[in-house]
Design a protein around this ligand. Structure first.
Ligand code: SF4
Ligand code: SF4
Length: 303
């Protein structure tokens, strides 16, 4: 199967089900503060990299969400080690996110339900690739922008090489995003954001710029723990987490299924419904503040 199935790169980017990945303190998760509020940079007084800077850069890059996890002396050792592998003097990891379209996500169905009908879920893979292309471009532009300001920066690729010693990925983009207050890693091990639920893709940049960690204001768990993702997985790759664990996912089983049998994306679709982030089932969409004014034009034309 194509490598564009919805959860793939998240899962590939995510440390699999290890005790450390389940540890709240992993990758600095103890600093997590989750809420539905906007992100703000912490300890940014006097820093040029404040909330306004983040918002301006986000708008200029055209990405949907942006968060930062600073590299601190007390950061989780795995995070420090992973960061230093790619940029030894990095002082911050920046996560960029773009939304996946719910219109496309909702075309995904359980293989048995197609029953000879058009396999509409096949639209997800190319859509994921397109969203990643946008993110990669924004990530490279951000690296250039920061380098022009005098800070070495590296836009990391979508898939990092695995460490041969333990067959783990050196950095988990989802966990960095969680520690940057952008959402919660759910039972399916994907990030769930307040804005788009789990319908997002991620890119990560490391920089020597001293950008402070972003945080949300009120602690909220974005995972409803409904276990719909567990129930929907056609190969039983997601288990109900045991005592003391946040998630138990057989990443190899999922990967095998997605690579050789089906694009899948079912757990991401189920989660979109469970967390009410499926626009298709919500109320009609309304024009956003940053729309180009079509509705206003139509209203005037009707007067
Ligand atoms: S539903 Fe199961 S096989 Fe499909 S992407 Fe999710 S974990 Fe993988
Ligand atoms: S489907 Fe339910 S349990 Fe699974 S990640 Fe989403 S909210 Fe959590």
């Amino acid at each position: 199967m194509s490598d564009g199935s919805a959860p793939r790169s998240h899962r590939d980017d995510t440390l699999p089900n290890t005790p450390q990945a389940n540890d709240q303190a992993a990758l600095g998760l103890s600093s997590r503060g989750c809420s539905s509020g906007a992100l703000s940079a912490t300890s940014s007084e006097g820093s040029p990299f404040n909330h306004a800077w983040l918002n301006r850069v986000k708008a200029e890059l055209g990405v949907d969400l942006m968060g930062v996890l600073a590299v601190e002396p007390n950061s989780h050792p795995d995070f420090i080690q992973g960061v230093k592998t790619f940029l030894p003097k990095a002082r911050a990891a920046i996560i960029l996110m773009n939304e996946l379209a719910s219109e496309t996500m909702n075309l995904v169905m359980h293989p048995a339900k197609y029953a000879g009908k058009l396999k509409t879920g096949a639209l997800l893979a190319p859509h994921v690739d397109e969203v990643h292309s946008e993110l990669d471009l924004a990530n490279m532009q951000l690296a250039k922008l920061l380098k022009r300001e005098g800070y070495r920066s590296i836009a990391l690729p979508r898939r990092l090489p695995m460490r041969a010693a333990d067959m783990k990925f050196p950095l988990s983009f989802c966990h960095i995003a969680e520690a940057a207050g952008m959402g919660t890693v759910g039972t399916h091990t994907l990030i769930i954001t307040p804005e788009f639920g789990t319908r997002v893709r991620l890119a990560c940049l490391l920089t020597e710029a001293p950008i402070p960690t972003t945080k949300r204001h009120d602690p909220v768990d974005d995972c409803t723990h409904c276990l719909d993702c567990v129930k929907v997985c056609p190969v039983g790759a997601i288990s109900s987490p045991g005592p003391g664990l946040r998630y138990e996912v057989d990443a190899a089983r999922c990967k095998f299924y997605r690579d050789y049998v089906d694009n899948c994306g079912l757990c991401q679709k189920a989660c979109s419904f469970a967390t009410r982030h499926s626009e298709t089932v919500g109320p009609p969409l309304t024009a956003r503040a940053d729309s180009f004014g079509l509705q206003e034009y139509l209203n005037k034309a009707a007067d």
